[in-house]
Structure formats: C-alpha cells, structure tokens
Design a binder for this molecule. Structure first.
Ligand code: FE2
Length: 325
C-alpha cells in the first residue's frame, strides 16, 4: 500500500508517494526567495494555499487516488515553525478524513535515508549539509538505534554561511550556486580555518570573507570561502571515517548539490579506498519523497503516532529520532 509524505520545513512544499520502498511521485512547489531570504509566515501562507494542488499532483503522478493511500507522514522538524505547522495540518487532515495512520518524520533522517536508500549503503558515514545544518553522522545501536552526531557546526549551517556571503556580495538567489559560479577561476587568499576535533565553526569565516570583499576581487574571496569551508567539512569527515572504519560516505542535504564539495569528498574518499555517494539533486533539495520513504519504514515498524501526540519541533535533533529498521 502506498504512503504519502508531506515536507514543509522551509520554502518548499513537497508531496511524495512511496510504495514498497519505490518512489512513485515527488512533487513540489516553492516559495520564491527574495533578498531577505525566506519569510516564514509568507512561505507558510503559500504552502497552505497550494496544499490541495500539491497533494493532487503527487497522487496524479503516482496514478493513485487518495483511497489507495494507506498512511501519511509529515516533517515534524527541524525547520520554521509556521511552515512546519502547515505540513502537520495537511497530514492530520488527510489522516482523519481517510482514517489512515499518521507518523512524524525528522527532516534530516529524510535526507539521509533517501540517500542511503538510493545508494544501497548499509552503514555509511554521512555528511549532512544544508542551510541550517552541517553534521557528520553515522548509525549507532545504543542506547537506541539512531544517527549519532560525530561532529557538527558549533554555530551556523554551511548553507546559511554561503547565503550570508552571497547577500554581502550582492549575488542573486539561489545563493549557493551563485557563489559557485562567482568562485570559478578564483585564486586562494588566506581565510580562518576552524576545526575542533570533529566539530567546526563558520561565523568567523563568514565575517572574514565579508570584510575581504572590500579589498579583494570578489571571485577570489568566493573561491577561498568555498575551498576553506569544504576543506573543514572534509577534515572532520575524514577523522570520523578513521574513528568508525566505515566503508561508504554519503553526502546529502541542500549543499550536497555543490559540485566542488562532491569533488573534494570524492578525492578524500578515494585516498582511503572508500566509496562515496551523492543522491541526485532532486533528493538533496527538500522534497516530499524522502518523507514518504521514511514514513513507510516507520509505519512498517510500528511507529504510528496518536493524533493527539502529533506535533512539530523546530529544533528536533536528528540524534533523538529512533531508526528501527
Ligand atoms: Fe533540507
């Protein structure tokens, strides 16, 4: 039986359908980002207006009707409160109207699991990089099975760092790819490099790069910012790889769409004779299919949520989400 997944943690309203681990639909509608970034209340309004259209589009793509849907999952968090609430409401409505079970999914688990599913990797080291998050993770079994955070940003996510720099350099959204375009052919200038064990920080680097725009070619600053921040991630991941002895690295999340980051991770992986895998961009950007896929696994493993307990959590940590499969 098919499962519907609703993703609405930020500017994307995604609706996906999964059946027996096969992705049947992955439809999305996006709030257009302007100079100030995502305004949560406006994005939430747009998600609410588009809810019916997006759900019908996903069902149509899957060739199913709502009566074929056996369960529904939504993103509990982390994310923007007003946006998460809309997704929760859509899922609750579908659950009540059709008397089908509901479950709540961690957004990071969605990104990781869709990449793990597509790569068929059993037990990878994960580099999860998005706007608000940057973490090095791996499955552990105690005290319950979950993605343990071996290292993470101690301040802002790498995506938000790149966005902040792009705005200072007056680039256009989507900012990550604008920085990548500007960085082409740049020369390296010194940047602060902060890795503490397997943790890292980005705000000092952002401040330095923003100030450097005043007295350096913007192309060189963009290039150096990318090289430095990606190298920090690779160093932290390399340490975690040595610690855990895992044989596959997955890169996932919005910033995994960066070609340069993929190259650097691949070079590091090859030097350790380890396989690296990046999901197609469709699944690195926020999407409903990843939520449907995880919701299906959760419902298969008895992780249904009572309607009264279905909530949202803007700071829902990936290491508090149980992985029973
Ligand atoms: Fe995401």
């Amino acid at each position: 039986m098919a499962i519907l997944g609703i993703e609405s943690s930020a500017h994307t309203l995604g609706v996906g359908v999964s059946e027996g681990g096969r992705i049947l639909a992955n439809e999305k509608m996006m709030y257009k980002i302007e100079d100030k970034g995502v305004i949560p209340a406006k994005a939430a309004d747009l998600h609410a207006e588009n809810a019916r259209i997006a759900v019908e589009a996903a069902l149509g793509k899957a060739g199913l009707s709502i009566r074929d849907i056996a369960g529904v999952g939504y993103t509990k968090g982390p994310g923007m409160g007003p946006c998460l609430r809309v997704g929760q409401l859509i899922a609750r409505t579908i659950s009540v109207d059709n008397s089908i079970p509901i479950t709540q999914v961690n957004h990071a688990v969605g990104h990781i699991e869709v990449a793990r599913h597509l790569s068929r990797a059993k037990d990878p080291l994960v580099i999860y990089v998005s706007g608000g998050n940057s973490q090095i993770l791996g499955l552990v079994d105690a005290p319950f099975r979950h993605y343990h955070v071996f290292g993470e940003t101690l301040d802002i996510g790498i995506g938000n760092m790149l966005d902040g720099f792009a705005r200072a350099a007056k680039l256009n959204p989507a900012w990550g790819s604008s920085v990548a375009r500007l960085a082409k052919g740049g020369r390296y200038i010194d940047m602060p490099y902060t890795v503490k064990g397997m943790d890292f920080t980005f705000t000092g680097l952002l401040t330095h790069a923003t100030n450097a725009l005043r007295s350096n070619p913007h192309r060189d600053v963009a290039y150096s910012l990318q090289e430095t921040s990606f190298a920090m991630l690779c160093e932290a991941a390399e340490r975690a790889l040595m610690l855990t002895g895992k044989n596959t690295i997955l890169v996932c999340g919005g910033v995994a769409q960066s070609e340069r980051l993929r190259q650097m991770v691949s070079t590091m992986a090859i030097s350790h004779s380890v396989r690296s895998f990046v999901a197609p961009d469709e699944y690195n950007a926020d999407n409903g299919a990843m939520i449907a896929l995880v919701a299906e696994k959760m419902l298969d493993h008895g992780m249904e949520c009572a309607l009264a307990d279905c909530d949202i959590n803007q700071r829902y940590r990936v290491d508090s989400a149980e992985i029973r499969w």
